[in-house]
Design a protein. Sequence first.
Length: 150
Amino acid sequence: MSLFNIFKKKKTIKKEAKPKVEKVKEDKSSSLRFANARVVEELAESKPQKIRKETKISQSFRILKIPHITEKATDLTQNNQYAFRVFPKTNKIELKKAIEDIYGVDVVSVRIINVPKKKKRLGRIQGIKPGYKKAIVKIKKGQKIELLPR
């Protein structure tokens, strides 16, 4: 019988403690609401800050992986088109902004190609050649992108 009394005491202690915690939470949340309102008002009154160009460029490198250099890609450079490998979740708008930020050129159009993965085999050993996303970017006439530094 003494064991049952121990459990009953713990339950009564927990029931008494719950309302106290709720009151404290209500007090904190109300004070937080006022604090958040003050912060929002201060931000609204302050002047908008300019985004640094460095942060734009650092974000642009999260979009572009590497330039895609093949015979076909080098032939496209005569038509002011350049090929890049990009991360799989990038879209045309992000890609256009990234290339304009990094290389300082005006982008006319962007085309995206998803190259699928392929199964490869060497004897009994099977493997997979990973797929990737490729973008072909066309820039204005007279502008150039130097992909490989000389």
